[in-house]
Design a protein around this ligand. Structure first.
Ligand code: GDP
Length: 198
């Protein structure tokens, strides 16, 4: 399988067509481990990191996975959120870009990432975003950095998220715990994503 960085979009008008290839989108709070996970998934160290270092954190970054005919997929790395300490300008820009992104017809699934150690205590920003996304497409919840979490953290995270999903009547396709460091859960998550080959 080949993986490559395609392009980044900072504005709605720059969102690329990409032949309408099926797309799986990654979203999570800043520092939740999104870039590291993208690298671990595609087995290509530095792929997502490179785009981040280029100052593209408030952009949608697109990567292509290509395993031959009928086996092509786009991964979209959506800009991180968590705006307690940022300006209205940044928040407005994020909202505008997200609103334009989420209506792309080729999007098949949202992967909602949360650091396992704080996923037991989601705040309104996390909850609102999950509800917003789940109204549009299937949602898969990914608990990240599970190597750093205790069994208690993992149990709390799973319980709290399941309760929230049930209450909000969101049908998540999966709650998957992963570690980009140890590789735990990475194959299972890859299988989840590969369902969307097209
Ligand atoms: P992003 O802002 O969501 O893209 O987060 P990064 O991928 O840059 O990760 C933030 C920090 O968490 C970095 O210091 C990573 O090395 C660390 N990190 C990411 N994934 C893991 C993981 O699975 N295990 C551990 N222990 N650390 C991780």
């Amino acid at each position: 399988m080949n993986s490559s960085y395609i392009t980044s979009a900072a504005q709605a008008e720059q969102l690329p067509e990409l032949e309408g290839l099926p797309e799986v989108a990654f979203i999570g709070r800043s520092n939740c481990g999104k870039s590291t996970l993208l690298n671990a998934l595609v087995g290509h160290n530095g792929l997502a990191r490179a785009s981040k270092l280029a100052g593209r954190t408030q952009m949608v970054n697109f990567f292509k996975l290509d395993a031959g005919a009928e086996k092509r997929l786009v991964l979209a790395d959506l800009p991180g959120y968590g705006f307690a300490a940022t300006s209205h300008e940044i928040r407005d820009h994020w909202q505008g870009l997200m609103a334009a992104y989420v209506i792309r017809p080729q999007v098949r699934e949202f992967l909602f990432l949360a650091d396992t150690r704080r996923a037991g205590d989601l705040d309104d920003e996390d909850r609102d975003l999950m509800m917003y996304l789940a109204r549009l497409r299937p949602l898969c919840v990914v608990l990240t950095k599970v190597d750093k979490a205790t069994q208690r953290d993992i149990g709390l995270a799973q319980k709290s998220i399941t309760e929230f999903l049930n209450k909000a009547k969101i049908r998540a396709s999966k709650i998957q715990a992963v570690s980009s460091q140890t590789g735990k859960g990475i194959d299972a998550l890859r299988a989840q994503i590969y369902q969307h080959w097209g």
